[in-house]
Structure formats: C-alpha cells, structure tokens
Design a protein around this ligand. Sequence first.
Ligand code: 5GP
Length: 213
Amino acid sequence: MAPPMLRLSYNDIHNAIARTAPRIMSEFSPDLFIAIGGGGFIPARILRTFCKVTTDGKKRNIPIQAVGLTLYESLGGIEEVVGQEVVRVQWIDFSTLGSKLKHGGLLGRHILIVDEVDDTRTTLVYTIKEMQKDINKQLEAIEDVDERERLRATTKLGIFVVHNKLKPKAGEIPADVAYFSAVDTPDVWLAYPWECETDIEEHDMLRKDNPTL
Ligand code: 5GP
C-alpha cells in the first residue's frame, strides 16, 4: 500500500521555516548556505529572508551556493549498484566563494546545508562527507599550525531540513554537526507545492484531506 500523502502549500513551508529561523540564528549563526538541489533551493531562499546579518550597520543576505545530488535509484536504478548511491551532478563554486575570503572560502565559516527532507539520510550523510573533504583540503593548505588549528575549530557544519521523517536512517550525522528540522513527521509522502504538475489551487485545497499526524 502506498504511504499516506501529506500535501503542503507554499505557506506551510514558509511558516515552518520562519518559526525555525530564530533558533538557527541564535544557536548556529550561519554565514553560508549550501542548498542541495533541487529540493533545497526554495527552502534555502526562504530561510535567507529570515537570517539577514548586520555588518557595518547594513543588513546583508547570507550567500547561497548550490550543489546538485541525485540518488542512483531515482535515476532509474543502476543494477550493479547495491542500495542507494549518491551521484554528484554539481558542486560548490569556489571561484566565487573565495574572491573576498582567505583560505579557499570554507574555513572559519558556519556552513549550513539545506534540504527539503531528511528521509533515509543518505543524501545528507554524503554531503557532510564531501564538505568535510573540501574543508580538510583547505586546512592542509594552511602552513601555520596554530592558524590551521584555529580555523579547524572555528569552521562549523550544520544541517537544516524542512521535514525530518522519524524513521530508521541509513547513516548518522556526526555529533559535531548541528542539526535543525522545522517539522518532524512520521514516514509519510510529502507532496511539496513546487512539485505539483497539475492544478496548484486544487493541490492546496486538497490539504483538507491530509491525514492527521
Ligand atoms: P534521503 O533518502 O537521501 O534522505 O532523501 C533523498 C531525496 O529523496 C530527498 O532529497 C528528496 O528529494 C526525496 N524524497 C524523500 N522523501 C520524500 C518525500 O516524502 N517527498 C518528496 N517530494 N521527496 C522525497
């Protein structure tokens, strides 16, 4: 039997993110968003609205970088691959990140990875591992040991998802990675408004039939 479906409107997502942003700001203070495409793009853009930082008396937006990841399975299933493997189709553009910043762009920053849903956690665990590799590479390039250790200690990784499905996960988030979810849900299918291929008004209206969670 297909899992129950929960239809979500744009406002549902916007409000959930607005409610969570103050906690993200006070507990993590991000200064770089990494949006996992395509589902993390719209949530990252909404979150940015609520996470402006004031520098030199001016309100500034936090930059968003995009990465594109796809599960092999969703590419139609590649038989030789056992289970779900992640394919990296797009990665961070370090040339723009590093222009005004020393150390390749990641070091010393509070980097928040944004996705729409934490389902099996495969994508998030993969992204953290890849980010950590990039951070380590940038750390290796720092010759001064004290400076390298200072930067290691001040570089922080965090995760924000709009929905976290409460279910067994395929991997674990490392203890030093901050984790924020706007809404925890049972194992239902989440129908996001940006995926609606038919009538969006009808999609919104049918939310009245959503199961009570
Ligand atoms: P993971 O299993 O790696 O945590 O999630 C992989 C991807 O599967 C998510 O980024 C998302 O694109 C998709 N996905 C998983 N569960 C749902 C869901 O309930 N609704 C939608 N629309 N996509 C989902």
